[in-house]
Design a protein around this ligand. Structure first.
Ligand SMILES: *Cc1c(COP(=O)(O)O)cnc(C)c1O
Length: 410
């Protein structure tokens, strides 16, 4: 026999019990980890391109490039097939190739290091900062050798790297500074935009990024001398852009160098132009959700959001948190599974590349050589963050995480 007060208390406790431990999930339906925000504007833009008869690189790519360069504040933008393609073109234009070393972060997506390998250079990992999770400038300085030619700064999750300190290192050693800005459209650092903070930058328009073209990317640079090479190498190494092969006159085009097939299509560019109109609104909502997470997680033990450097504004791409292993009886993977059981999507950004077999073999850096990144790899977890999330979705994430952390507190 139990009184109604006892029953109510037991029900309240059951409501607090995480779904993995037999409680009821905070949500009935799965909350996606990330989702692109597309509407009738993108649909109409694509239909217009299909009806125009010009699907390849053409006027829409050119218009997108101009808008993008103006937004970032560089003199040039080159539309490409992906951020990975853009990083390859940028490294080639900076004359980086066989025999050269390029220092980058282990806390990144394989694309960053694959680009270095594709141009024939040797990737070198420098460790990250424990709270920011981006390149540690002093570790970069320590990794410089006579063969070092460039540093690729990865603006993780939408936070710019410590660019003043990295610039001091690259300037002192005559190195190029390239931004992997895949996460960073809209990020700012001391009054300037990500993409205008180094010698060249590459952005991604993959579906989960801050804006999408389906697949696509953009290189930004102020280096006038490099742009012609990037435009040529993105399209077979021929000396005329496809745009200019449509007129009434016939001009022979000529292959003048090796090239890739890395151009952006006008279908992608049309989607990009429509997304670009919405970018300020996307960024406002992302930053609002980012701030809301920071405020509410502040009261919760066992979890700490990734921070940014002084003078920076995040693009709010991802929301990584670091779990405090001493405060919890379960590890990150168990927290991740517990969130999924609450019907909340999760991500991990990232498991450091030296933990992946291929990069361990080809780069030869053991995880122990980048201890901060190796440790963060076991403790980091990304919570859902995208403009289509409602406040109620956001509350569900906070409620689910709170239940899990409180239940498994050590
Ligand atoms: C997504 C991503 C890339 C690759 O972008 P693609 O457009 O898919 O080539 C590169 N770097 C980082 C950090 C990324 O997250």
């Amino acid at each position: 026999m139990s009184t109604s007060a006892q029953r109510a208390q037991r029900n309240a406790l059951d409501r607090q019990r995480p779904a993995v431990a037999g409680g009821t999930p905070v949500r009935d339906t799965m909350l996606a980890f990330a989702r692109p925000q597309l509407g009738v504007e993108e649909e109409q833009a694509v239909i217009a391109v299909l009806r125009s008869g010009w699907l390849g690189t053409g006027p829409r790519t050119e218009a997108f490039e101009q808008r993008f360069a103006a937004y970032v504040g560089t003199t040039h933008a080159v539309g490409v097939a992906s951020c990975t393609a853009g990083l390859c073109l940028a490294l080639r234009a900076l004359r980086i190739g066989p025999g050269d070393e390029v220092i980058t972060s282990p806390m990144t997506f394989p694309a960053t290091v694959n680009a270095i390998l594709h141009v024939g250079a040797r990737p070198v990992f420098a460790d990250i900062l424990p709270d920011l999770l981006t390149l540690d400038p002093s570790a970069v300085r320590a990794a410089v050798t006579p063969k070092t030619r460039a540093v690729i700064a990865v603006h993780l999750a939408g936070w710019p790297c410590c660019m003043d300190e990295l610039r001091a290192v690259t300037a002192a050693h005559g190195l190029a500074l390239v931004e992997d800005a895949a996460h960073a459209i809209g990020a700012r650092y001391k009054g300037r935009s990500a993409g205008a903070l180094g010698d060249a930058a590459a952005f991604s328009f993959y579906p989960t990024k801050n804006m999408t073209t389906g697949e696509g990317g953009m290189v930004t640079t102020n280096r006038d001398g490099d742009v012609a090479q990037m435009r040529r190498e993105r399209l077979h190494g021929i000396d005329l852009d496809a745009t200019h092969r449509t007129g009434t006159e016939y001009t022979h085009w000529e292959a003048v160098s090796i090239g890739w097939k890395f151009n952006m299509t006008d279908i992608a560019a049309a989607i990009g132009l429509a997304q670009f109109e919405k970018l300020p609104g996307f960024l406002d909502r992302r930053r609002e959700l980012d701030a809301r997470y920071r405020t509410r997680l502040g009261a919760l033990d066992g979890v700490r959001p990734q921070l940014g450097p002084d003078g920076a504004e995040t693009a709010g791409h991802l929301f990584p948190v670091l779990l405090d292993r001493a405060a919890l009886r379960i590890d990150r993977d168990a927290v991740l599974q517990a969130l999924l059981a609450e019907n909340i999507g999760v991500g991990v950004h990232f498991r450091a590349l030296p933990l992946h077999r291929f990069f361990r073999e080809v780069v030869g850096t053991p995880p122990e050589a980048v201890p901060v990144a190796a440790d963060a790899s076991e403790r980091v977890l990304s919570l859902p963050l995208y403009p289509g999330m409602t406040d109620a979705d956001h509350d569900d994430v906070l409620e689910g995480l709170t239940r899990i952390l409180e239940f498994y507190r050590s």
